[in-house]
Design a protein around this ligand. Structure first.
Ligand code: F6P
Length: 534
């Protein structure tokens, strides 16, 4: 990271964030940005004017604007896979042509979206039937980007569900598919096989299991299968007719694919209209990202806050803390988005990257996390920058008082992280219970260092449009961080070695082959499995 930023950190690291508020009564306003009805408040960080200027200068000198324009224009910015990166085209509902290799991709994108809409309506109104009548349940079989996005968003938008019940199966662990299918009726269940490549072992194994399950009850299992994939040849080999294949191009990365066919399960749940509102939300964030000046640009600001905390201050992790039970899969979704995109160690040209790259992203919804890991966030020896997400109102009008409690808790947590509690206050709070040496000892356990950074993204309500904005915001944030770090955010070679070794180990674990070329530990574990199963 550049030396100016390192110097600024050295100069300010012992400063209290609270001092920044006392010296500038406008700090909250000055260190916030708005987009649409959304407010991003990063004033509870140690970033001051000088630091922000330097961080935004870094954005300028890293070539973010040029790379961004290249991405939106369909250039081959995923250089290690020789592909464009155009998930933005999937939500470009009225933005005009987008060219890849001289061909406008938009007619194809819009045609597929229309086909998805027609199919979704047919399922939802019963025009398309299972072999036992109207489809009541849909099982999306996919993993990684072919699961996390639709699973997260379908849960998030539960108040908008008015279609069949949607289930998600991802893990190759047979428990997942078995537990999901157990209570479903094969005659009224639609199975979606969601896989960009249509080769992923987990997905194809679960798809075959589901096909066998359907085959026990219905005469033509393939008739209740849908495929979402870029590999049309493989979907037809699996037996899924072309009219039920929704294709997309290789310029849509798995973890960026919710906006197109991979979002079909979400569309079935909330309907094509609400799905379009979700796309429009994302598209509005794209426009903002392309046009807003850097100091008002939400993806840029999230990115520089991230770079400041991770690369400059050295805080390795980042907690995603949505105060919304329906966003309970958001941290998992962001884990893939951020860690698969920016968890790399070499630059585009193959040179080693000096310093740390993508952060470790984790989290749980509030208030649950408060009763689990917030202890460490408040009093642990490591600083964990926290990212709160909060809606001003919930969907349960009759339970508005519970939403008020949720809001109060969220705001209280960011306040507590900022303000802390010093020894004097801890002493005085406990002087009625303890005295002397014991008071001192007890008070020390009750000190909160405070001065722990957090940001809050707040919006009126979690509608399809707002969810689209939030996801696109984080996608672009990851892009900006990737450009600053010099990373190709769009490949994922780091997942390959494990896949190869698992394929080689499968016959060893099944007992069909012996392997003597394994390390001692792996050999011992294989032997244990072989001995300890019936
Ligand atoms: O193993 C990683 C990965 O390739 C992800 O990037 C992707 O989202 C996931 O597997 C699933 O891939 P597919 O959609 O091709 O089944």
């Amino acid at each position: 990271m550049n030396s100016e930023l390192r110097d600024l950190y050295a100069k300010t690291k012992n400063r209290k964030i609270l001092e920044l508020f006392s010296s500038d009564s406008n700090r909250a306003l000055q260190f916030s940005a708005r987009f649409s009805d959304m407010l991003f408040d990063y004033s509870k960080t140690n970033i001051d004017d000088e630091t922000r200027t330097e961080l935004l200068h870094l954005v300028e000198t890293s070539g973010v604007a040029e790379k961004r324009d290249a991405m939106f224009a369909g250039a081959t910015i995923n250089e290690t896979e020789g592909r464009a990166v155009l998930h933005t085209a999937l939500r470009n509902l009225d933005g005009g042509s987008v060219f890849v290799d001289g061909v406008d991709v938009m007619p194809g994108v819009l045609e597929t979206l229309d086909r998805m809409g027609i199919f979704a309506n047919d399922i939802r109104d019963g025009t398309f039937k299972g072999q036992g009548g109207q489809i009541t349940d849909v099982v999306n079989i996919g993993i990684g980007g072919s699961d996390l996005g639709p699973a997260m968003a379908t849960l998030a938008l539960a108040p908008y569900h008015d279609g069949p019940k949607i289930h998600f199966v991802s893990n190759v662990d047979g428990a997942h598919v078995a537990d999901t299918l157990r209570d479903l009726n094969p005659e009224t269940t639609l199975v979606i096989v969601a896989s960009k490549t249509f080769t992923t072992i987990e997905t194809m194994t679960n798809a075959r299991t589901a096909k066998a399950w359907l085959g026990e009850k219905v005469s033509d299992p393939s008739a209740q299968f849908v495929a979402l994939s870029t590999a049309a040849d493989k979907t037809s080999t699996f037996g899924i007719p072309d009219e039920r294949v929704f294709g997309f191009e290789d310029w849509v990365g798995g973890r960026y694919s919710i906006w197109g066919p991979i979002g079909l399960s979400l569309m079935l749940a909330i309907g094509p209209q609400a799905f379009k509102a979700f796309l429009r939300g994302a598209q509005s964030m794209d426009t903002h990202f392309c046009n807003a000046p850097l100091h008002e640009n939400l993806p840029v600001l999230l990115a520089v806050v991230g770079v400041w905390h991770n690369q400059v201050c050295g805080h390795a992790t980042r907690a995603v803390l949505p105060y919304d039970q329906r966003l309970s899969r958001l941290a998992a979704y962001f884990q893939q988005l951020e860690m698969e995109s920016n968890g790399k160690s070499v630059r585009m040209n193959g040179d080693d990257i000096d310093g740390h790259t993508g952060p470790i992203v984790w989290g749980e919804p509030g208030t649950n996390g408060q009763h689990a890991f917030y202890q460490l966030i408040h009093q642990g020896s490591r600083v964990v920058p926290c990212e709160f997400l909060l809606a001003a109102e919930g969907h349960e009008e009759e339970l508005a008082h519970q939403h008020e409690l949720l809001v109060a808790n969220c705001l209280a947590q960011s306040e507590a992280l900022l303000v802390g509690r010093d020894l004097a206050e801890a002493r005085s709070k406990n002087s009625d219970k303890f005295t002397g040496v014991e008071l001192e000892r007890q008070a020390r356990h009750r000190v909160f260092p405070g001065n722990r950074p957090s940001t809050t993204l707040i919006y009126p309500k979690l509608t399809p449009e707002v969810l689209g904005q939030i996801i696109a915001l984080y996608e672009h944030r990851v892009f900006v961080e990737g450009v600053i770090l010099g990373i190709n955010s769009y490949d994922q070679w780091g997942v390959e070695l494990g896949k190869e070794l698992a394929t080689a180990l499968a016959p060893v674990v099944s007992g069909a082959k012996t392997a003597t070329d394994k390390d001692g530990s792996t050999q011992q574990l294989v032997e244990y499995v072989l001995k300890n199963r019936s």
